[in-house]
Structures are given as structure tokens and as C-alpha cells.
Design a protein around this ligand. Structure first.
Ligand code: COA
Length: 213
């Protein structure tokens, strides 16, 4: 099976943190600011450099209709005044996630990665959703996007496990990131009002449960 055939991973901001916006710690030499009306070309370039060539006005249209006010962030290198990173707050991004806000299109120019910009942009998006009153905040990603997944886990997003596939993928991710695989704690953290979920826990966890702290 190739990479693209594997299901996307879903991560969700836990209810216990729904009133606790993460701090945006901007790396020295950079600024995190809102979108300005002439940022589009820089955005396309960052997307191309990051991993997604082919962005244009037509492709952007779908996201533009879903970005919440003050919900499109740019990381700017202060000296050169160049946009080097981006992330968006998208409302109901798939059309079937009613009232959900999704952290989307996180990307950074590879010349500027590894300095905390991805973390700062993700924190900015999450904080903006909380400030805007969202009670359901999530994101989709792929199992091989390890730098992004590490950021999301560090911020406090929890993996949502819906299928056996998901736990297998998460087992691999956690191994590579040296991150604890704790499906029971994840499910508890994502349950409404943090009520312990017991359903299908054993199917999801398999023997990995022994590693949960
Ligand atoms: C995701 C992305 C924006 C991260 O940008 P960044 O500015 O490097 O992010 P940060 O510096 O804040 O954090 C990256 C973290 O990943 C870690 N990391 C980097 N490469 C890694 C790898 N191959 N495996 C595991 N962890 C890795 C870094 O060490 C860092 O963690 P640390 O701060 O605990 O050391 C950037 O990698 C990117 O544009 N990727 C391509 C697009 C993409 O995948 N977007 C996400 C879509 S869901």
C-alpha cells in the first residue's frame, strides 16, 4: 500500500483546554501577523517550497470562503520582510464538520524550518479559534508528516482513534517521535466533559495498552 492510500489522521483539541489558548512564542527574528491583501503570491511560493506546488487563485478560493476573520496567519522574516510560513483557521473545512474549526495548511519554507515557526503558527490558529468561541477544534494530517504531528502533540492536540487503521498508524508515529502511545488517555481527553469512554477501547488498543502510563 502506498502512502497516499492510508487514511488521514484526525487530531482534536481536548475539552479541558477549550478555554486555554496556547501561548504564541514567536522565534527571534520573525513576526507572526495576519494576512494582508497582497500576500497571495508569497503564500503560493511558501506552499510550493514546503511541499504543495500548484496553488493559485482558483485553488485558494475554497479556503478563502472558509477562513474565519483574522484567521489566516503569516510568519514573516523581520529583516527581509519575506513571508516564510503560513497557517489557516478553516470553518467546517470539509463541509461536513458543522461548527468545527480546523487548523489547516500549515507550511513553512524549508530554509526557515526547525526554529519554532510551525509551533508558533499552530498556536496562533488554535488561540484564534478559542478567542472566536469555537468549542470544537481539530485538524487532519497524514501519518508521515512527522514534524507537523510533533508540533500538534506538543501543543496539546490529541489523536482521535476511529478505526483499527488509525491505531496502527499512530503506533508507528509514536515510535518514530518517541512519544507515548496512550490511547486510553487520548479517548478520555476527547470525551465530552472528559467522561471516561469505555467503548471499543480494547479493539483499538490491542496489546499496546500495556505501554500506556
Ligand atoms: C510542518 C512544518 C510547517 C513545521 O515547520 P517548523 O517551523 O520546522 O516547525 P517547528 O520548528 O515549530 O517544529 C518542528 C518539530 O518537528 C521536529 N522534526 C523535524 N523533522 C522531524 C522528523 N523528520 N521526524 C521527527 N521530528 C521532526 C523538530 O525537531 C521540531 O520539534 P522540536 O521543536 O521538539 O525539536 C514544516 O515542516 C512544513 O512546512 N512541512 C511541510 C508541510 C506539512 O507537512 N504541513 C503540515 C500539514 S498537516
Amino acid at each position: 500500500m502506498s502512502c497516499v492510500e492510508k487514511p488521514q489522521l484526525r487530531m482534536v483539541w481536548p475539552q479541558r483546554l477549550i478555554n486555554q489558548p496556547p501561548e504564541v512564542e514567536t522565534p527571534v527574528g520573525y513576526e507572526i501577523r495576519h494576512y494582508r491583501s497582497d500576500d497571495e503570491q508569497c503564500f503560493y511560493e511558501v506552499m510550493r517550497l514546503a511541499v504543495w506546488p500548484g496553488w493559485d487563485a482558483q485553488r485558494l478560493d475554497y479556503s478563502l470562503s472558509r477562513i474565519i476573520p483574522n484567521g489566516w496567519f503569516m510568519a514573516v522574516e523581520e529583516q527581509a520582510k519575506t513571508v516564510v510560513g503560513t497557517a489557516m483557521c478553516l470553518h467546517n473545512c470539509t463541509g461536513s464538520l458543522l461548527f468545527w474549526g480546523d487548523l489547516a495548511w500549515l507550511a513553512c519554507d524549508p530554509a526557515h524550518t526547525g526554529r519554532g515557526l510551525g509551533l508558533a503558527l499552530s498556536a496562533a490558529v488554535t488561540s484564534r479559534f478559542i478567542e472566536a468561541g469555537y468549542r470544537k477544534i481539530g485538524l487532519h494530517t497524514e501519518y508521515y508528516r512527522l514534524p507537523a504531528i510533533k508540533i500538534y502533540l506538543k501543543l496539546g492536540f490529541l489523536p482521535m482513534l476511529k478505526s483499527g487503521d488509525a491505531i496502527d498508524l499512530w503506533r508507528g508515529v509514536c515510535q518514530k517521535l518517541d512519544w507515548p502511545l496512550t490511547p486510553k488517555a487520548w479517548a478520555t481527553g476527547l470525551a465530552p466533559n472528559n467522561v471516561l469512554q469505555t467503548t471499543s477501547e480494547s479493539t483499538l488498543n490491542g496489546s499496546s495498552e500495556a505501554s500506556e502510563g
